[in-house]
Design a binder for this molecule. Structure first.
Ligand SMILES: C[S@@+](CC[C@H](N)C(=O)[O-])C[C@H]1O[C@@H](n2cnc3c(N)ncnc32)[C@H](O)[C@@H]1O
Length: 185
């Protein structure tokens, strides 16, 4: 019974939030904002987490560009495998220092069950329809943690500083935003 329940929950999670990738160009802008406005520091003890890490792109980017501990949790097995293959091939290429690659941790799991107390920066690309289920997740973050919500605003989170910062990503077709919040209690 428990196993069936787990399979159902996993299936549901994928329906609620499918894999959509944050564009690499936008990622640069997001991290520049984190540096300029929210105290992200290269070579520091800060910790980053991507909730629903997909193919690992963001956690790899964070570790390689900022040399901080970078953790990803993802519920889809194939995506985790894809991320692991990428990390392996980076190791083989030998371009990056091994110590940088050791900063990347990516695991199969459910972010609804994750305690966020250790993280300074929490990234999520979620959909408005499932955000109500994130109340109990973000409440575990420490005071002062920065939560980045790509594309969609987080509504109704009393313990997050409302409208902390909104970054507009402009191109000729459309305007996309990333939203930054600080945990205040
Ligand atoms: C919109 S994608 C974002 C991927 C990546 N963070 C990015 O921005 O490029 C959301 C990811 O969350 C994963 N996901 C959905 N529900 C999840 C859950 N409960 N626990 C962990 N990952 C989940 C999906 O499989 C998908 O890969």
């Amino acid at each position: 019974m428990k196993k069936k329940q787990k399979i159902f929950e996993k299936f549901h999670s994928q329906l609620d939030l499918p894999f959509l990738e944050t564009d690499n160009e936008l990622l640069e802008e997001i991290f520049q904002t984190l540096e300029a406005k929210f105290g992200l520091k290269t070579n520091s003890n800060q910790k980053f987490v991507d909730l629903g890490a997909g193919n690992g792109n963001i956690v790899i980017y964070t570790a390689l560009n900022y040399n901080i501990k970078s953790y990803g949790i993802e519920i889809v097995h194939n995506l985790i495998n894809e991320a692991k293959i990428k990390i392996k091939s980076l190791k083989k290429e030998g371009i990056y220092n091994k110590s940088l690659l050791k900063k990347i941790k990516i695991k199969l799991g459910d972010f609804y069950l994750l305690n966020l107390k250790d993280y300074d920066f929490i990234y999520i690309y979620s959909l408005p329809s499932m955000q109500k289920f994130l109340q109990h997740v973000f409440i575990t973050a420490k005071k002062g943690a920065i939560i980045i919500s790509h594309k969609y605003q987080l509504e109704g989170f009393k313990y997050l500083l409302k409208d902390e910062y909104r970054l507009a990503h402009k191109n000729d077709k459309q305007e996309i935003y990333s939203f930054f919040y600080k945990k205040i209690s």
